[in-house]
Design a protein. Sequence first.
Length: 204
Amino acid sequence: MATLLHIDSAVFPEGSASRDLTATFVKSWLEQHPEGKVIYRDLAATPLPHLDIAAVSAGAEDTLRAELAAELAEADAVLIGAPMYNFTIPSTLKAWLDQVIIVGHNAGPDSTLADTPFTIVASRGGSYAPGTPREDFEFVQNYLEKVLTGMFGATEIDFIVPELTLAPSKPEMAELVPLAEASRAKATEEATQKAKALAARHAA
């Protein structure tokens, strides 16, 4: 039985593009692998504390950090909803990373997580794609790719990126609605297919 670790971090419980797409992913995963297990953490509903000196000193002996690390170690695949807030990831997701990354335990040259696939739904209200005016403001994909490869040695990181999510609600972005809809449709298809592929791989 394969295990999926599902992390959501969007502030809004309704109308969130990242939440909608991670839900699509989980639905597809379970349809393909109904016996699979899903561990779920909603970091907005139940935020984690910021890392402090006591937790740093305790490392894997800290109760919370040990629990989070155990969830990550159990996962055959990891799904993270990471909307862009102020050009980077939500602070709640940063807190999770700070708590779960334990050098000498699950992070560093001997990390056992190198082969764990990570799928990131990196939604954003505008566009920060290569060639756009705000390309150099993109600190979600850049950061997460560096931290996952640098700390866990992750070799399989896939980003699903629905862009222009604010277009339907912003009159000044009205002309971008067709692009937003196309981006959302593409992201939905990618989430569905990626979930099916991972579920099939780990159910085999």
